[in-house]
Design a protein around this ligand. Structure first.
Ligand SMILES: CC(C)(COP(=O)(O)OP(=O)(O)OC[C@H]1O[C@@H](n2cnc3c(N)ncnc32)[C@H](O)[C@@H]1OP(=O)(O)O)[C@@H](O)C(=O)NCCC(=O)NCCS
Length: 175
C-alpha cells in the first residue's frame, strides 16, 4: 500500500468493480479522459481486471480516501526500467471527492513512489487542453508543459489538442 496524507493507493479489488463500471459509463468522466469509450458491463470489467493484474509495464491502482471509500483510479503506464520513465494517469470517479485535494495527495504519493521505489527519473502524461482542472493539478505537483499534440483527439464531432507534460524527479512538489 502506498500511503499519502489523506489517501491510500492500493490494489484494485473485485469488490471495487461495481463502482468502476458506473464511472466508466459516466459521460462527465469520459469526456475528460483520453482514449475512446464504449459502454462497459460488470463482466467486461472483471475481464479487464484479470488482464491488467498480469501486466508488468502498466500498473493500475485504486485510490482510497481517509473515509475508507474507493474514490477513483490512478496508474503508471509504459514503465521503462532502462530509460527510467513512465506515464501517469488519474481520475476521481466519485464527484463528492473532487476538489477536496484527494487527487493532489494521491498524485504526490504515487509519483514519489515511482521516483523513490522504482527509480524513475521522469514521468509524463497527456491531457486534453480543455481539461483545466487536471492541468491545474499537474502543474501544482510540478509537471511542466513540454508540447502540444495538435488534433490528437476526436470527440464530440471535433478534434481537440492534447498537452504533453513532464516532470523530472527533482521537480516534484510535495508541499
Ligand atoms: C482531474 C481530477 C483528477 C482533479 O481532481 P480534484 O479532486 O479536482 O483535484 P484536487 O482537489 O486535488 O485539486 C487540484 C487543483 O485543481 C484546482 N481545482 C479544483 N476544481 C477546479 C476547477 N473546477 N477548475 C480549475 N481548477 C480546479 C484545485 O484548486 C487544486 O489546485 P490548488 O491545490 O492549487 O488549489 C478530477 O477532477 C477528475 O478525476 N476529473 C475527471 C477525470 C480527469 O479529468 N482525469 C485526468 C485526465 S488527464
Amino acid at each position: 500500500m502506498i500511503v499519502g496524507a489523506k489517501t491510500l493507493v492500493r490494489a484494485i479489488r473485485d469488490d471495487d468493480l461495481p463502482k468502476l463500471v458506473q464511472w466508466r459509463n459516466d459521460k462527465s468522466i469520459q469526456q475528460n479522459l483520453i482514449g475512446w469509450h464504449f459502454p462497459v458491463s460488470l463482466e467486461d470489467e472483471k475481464l479487464w481486471l484479470e488482464r491488467v493484474r498480469g501486466d508488468r509495464k502498466n500498473k493500475r491502482f485504486a485510490i482510497e480516501a481517509d473515509s475508507g471509500e474507493y474514490i477513483g483510479n490512478i496508474g503508471l503506464y509504459d514503465i521503462d526500467f532502462i530509460n527510467r520513465h513512465c506515464g501517469f494517469g488519474i481520475f476521481i470517479g466519485d464527484p463528492r471527492y473532487r476538489g477536496g485535494g484527494y487527487a493532489t495527495d494521491a498524485t504526490i504519493a504515487l509519483v514519489k513512489f515511482a521516483i523513490e521505489e522504482l527509480g524513475m527519473v521522469r514521468l509524463w502524461l497527456t491531457v486534453l487542453t480543455t481539461n483545466d482542472r487536471a492541468i491545474k493539478l499537474y502543474e501544482r505537483v510540478g509537471f511542466k508543459l513540454e508540447g502540444v499534440l495538435r488534433h490528437q483527439n476526436f470527440r464530440g464531432g471535433e478534434y481537440v489538442d492534447e498537452n504533453l507534460m513532464g516532470l523530472l524527479k527533482e521537480e516534484l512538489i510535495t508541499t
